[in-house]
Design a protein around this ligand. Structure first.
Ligand SMILES: Cc1cc2nc3c(=O)[nH]c(=O)nc-3n(C[C@H](O)[C@H](O)[C@H](O)COP(=O)(O)OP(=O)(O)OC[C@H]3O[C@@H](n4cnc5c(N)ncnc54)[C@H](O)[C@@H]3O)c2cc1C
Length: 389
């Protein structure tokens, strides 16, 4: 019996779902296999036991300058206008705590150094670099004025280095100097985390947006199915359910897993999310607070600020703890660890995939890279449009 579909998509996250919808609209019969019991991949959201809308795999804020992606996704959702603001929470010298916007900006300067001194430093910086500019700490360090280079050291120490060590499990000497160099100081009062043209949250949540996207007569989704039990990759091509499959396979799972870890596992960082529901309206006044100097967790997110949900007397927060991915069942590989050695290992898996013309690796796992949601949606649209030709 011939497979009753033209295209097989593995994974129902952004990569898989966007591609699947676009191919279905192009007239292809598409089958999506998803290992989890739900769609939306890591953007999955749901009501918790207290009735709070939470993001199960960490806070997701949509932002983009790509009008095509924004318009395309807007077919499946309305948006809640939400501009993300993040503060760093650090211990002060009097034994209390300080909070200021990150990226570090003119308001942060005044909070850190006092209103008058902060203002004076801000004016000095604007005179040197211009107002509304983003200046990297590398540029500040290279300035011959000792006050400006000292400020670079302050931002490095209080906003960047400890946070990065927690996130990536690194010692300061292991941190890539190129990353350090890119840390910005924003010479502005704009305390939004992103400056993109389009920012917001799907009005009813990400999961309903995906459900709508995947609802099309040419498209079927099977949940709770590990595609690797049905899909086999051999040198001659691909088989699905034991039969040769000549159609396109869009694979959005891990590249190493697809080839049974033949060259060894690709390293990842994972996250432990600890959710707590508290008997109060508001816990922290912000969507996200970063702990950039102390605490074992990197940040706390309070979902009601993101989603705009009104639910008196209850709020749910999540603390994020970062650690090495051990490849065990309960762990999710969240962040690829990009370095020359790991890139070289990935290239070996990619070469195996490239030898099979109808196999397409797409997404953060299959391509072993970090994508924001808009970027992977854009990539998925481009691939599907190509295959629809
Ligand atoms: C903590 C965190 C916060 C983030 N916040 C933001 C944010 O604020 N804004 C933003 O733009 N981006 C954010 N991102 C990035 C965003 O999550 C990604 O862009 C997006 O998830 C990528 O989609 P994807 O389809 O490539 O991967 P995924 O969402 O991981 O989807 C892949 C799917 O494939 C399935 N799968 C894998 N293997 C198999 C198999 N063998 N069989 C069947 N199914 C399989 C998986 O179960 C999964 O559902 C964040 C990422 C993380 C980790």
């Amino acid at each position: 019996m011939q497979n009753p579909f033209d295209v097989l998509v593995v994974g129902a996250g952004y990569a898989g779902s966007v591609c699947a919808r676009c191919l279905a609209e192009g007239g292809k019969r598409v089958r999506v296999l998803e290992r989890r019991p739900h769609v939306a991949g890591n953007a999955y959201d749901r009501l918790d036991e207290a009735g709070v809308l939470i993001h199960q795999y960490g806070p997701h804020i949509f932002h983009t300058n790509d009008q095509k992606v924004y318009d395309w996704l807007s077919r499946f959702t309305q948006w809640r206008d939400y501009q993300h603001r993040v503060v760093a929470d650090i211990p002060d010298e009097q034994g209390g705590r300080l909070r200021y916007p990150v990226p570090f900006n003119l308001t942060s300067l005044e909070t850190a150094f006092g209103a008058e001194e902060g203002k004076r430093l801000g004016e000095k910086l604007m005179a040197a670099y211009g107002a509304e500019k983003k200046v990297t700490i590398l540029e500040l360090r290279q300035n011959s004025d000792p006050e400006i280079s000292a400020l670079a050291d302050y931002v490095y120490e209080h906003v960047f280095v400890h946070y990065t060590m927690k996130q990536w499990g690194q010692k300061p000497e292991d941190i890539d100097p190129n990353t350090t160099a890119r840390v910005p100081v924003f010479l502005s009062r704009d305390d939004r985390y992103f400056q993109d043209t389009y920012q917001g949250m799907p009005l009813k949540g990400y999961t309903p947006m995906f459900e709508k996207m995947l609802c099309h007569p040419n498209l079927t989704v099977e949940l709770g199915v590990d595609a690797l039990e049905r899909l086999k990759v051999t040198e001659g091509g691909v088989t699905v359910d034991g039969e040769n499959f000549p159609g396109a396979v869009i694979y959005t799972g891990q590249a190493d897993e697809l080839f049974t870890f033949r060259y060894g596992p690709l390293p990842y960082r994972t996250l432990d999310f600890r959710f707590e529901t508290l008997p109060q309206d508001d816990f922290q006044g912000y969507g996200t607070v970063n702990y950039t100097v102390d605490q074992d967790y990197t940040r706390i997110t309070e979902f009601k600020h993101l989603t705009g949900q009104t639910l008196p007397g209850k709020t749910t927060i999540v603390k994020e703890y970062s650690k090495a991915y051990g490849g065990i069942l309960e762990e999710v590989p969240y962040y690829a660890i990009i370095n020359p050695e790991n890139n070289a290992l990935y290239a070996k898996y990619k070469a195996l995939a490239d030898a099979i013309p109808n196999l397409h690796l797409l997404g953060r796992l299959a391509e072993y890279k970090y994508y924001n949601m808009d970027a992977i949606a854009g990539r998925a649209l481009a691939l599907a449009e190509e295959l629809n030709k």
